[in-house]
Design a protein around this ligand. Sequence first.
Ligand SMILES: [Zn+2]
Length: 330
Amino acid sequence: MSLTDLHPSRRAFVGGGAAAVLAPSLGIAPLPVHAAAPLQGTQVAAWYRFRIGEFEATVVSDGPLPLGDPSTYFLGSSKDDLARLLTDNFLPGSLTIEQNALVLNTGRQLILFDTGTGLGSAFGPNTGRLLANLMAAGIDPAQIDAIILTHAHPDHCWAIMGEVGKPNFPNAQVHLSKADFDFWTDEGKLSAGGPIKDFVAGTRKHLLPVRDRLAFVADGREVVPGVVALSAPGHTVGHTTYVITSDDRSLLVTGDVAHHPVLLLQKPQLQFAFDTDPKQAVETRLRILDMAAKDRLPVLSYHFPFPGLGHVAKAGEGYVFHPAPLQMVL
Ligand SMILES: [Zn+2]
């Protein structure tokens, strides 16, 4: 027996409804329909809460970011090889990546790691959902004490300011590396070509208005109590990961060390199109993934399937991502 023996044809489903089609093949009379329910067409708010020791953490989505053709973004492999990797992992050929921001409540401070793209950006109608999802999770943006950025790319910091020139998080200090601040607000790059010019122009609109509330992070130093910066340059010049620790529990916030759980873990040597220094990005990816695997350190990956929590393990020439089981009761 095969799947086609069990399945009525798709055309029969569309034409007559499941009950009417299934019934003759099972030898029973068609069931009458008493209550016709309309399709809902909506999804749950995208947030997920968990604990790190004494801390309470909430992954809040900014919405999916459509990339499309993987060969445009993942460089160093043939189009066919990328397609085969995706097919072998039951993934569609056209890529969409997630945006998993993190809110950490340490009991002393409420901290947001990365902000998403903001509204009105050029990343499609499904992005810019962070504020709505924060509210759905019971988090008031005015309660955020600190924003900690992994780097200053559009999908990580373009929600600092709102549409009308007011900060979305009016009480937050903004932490990032000085290298990224200097690079992505550099006036000299406004005359550069390609995406860098647009990135810099946009990022200036979000970082310069909060210039007096910026604080720079440094490798190996505590950013706020319970959060230590770990420099991870390459994707951007000052790209930074963060280790959150409470009691004997830790979480590594990996930012954009890897953009895809299959393509960049199975093939960590591939380059990503928006890496500022692709060679350094590969070295950093290998170093950080090795550390996470060896230390069995839980990770939160910004662009992995929501909520992006899990572990990394060594597998052959690369790595494999093991998503953490969701806990339905906190
Ligand atoms: Zn990103």
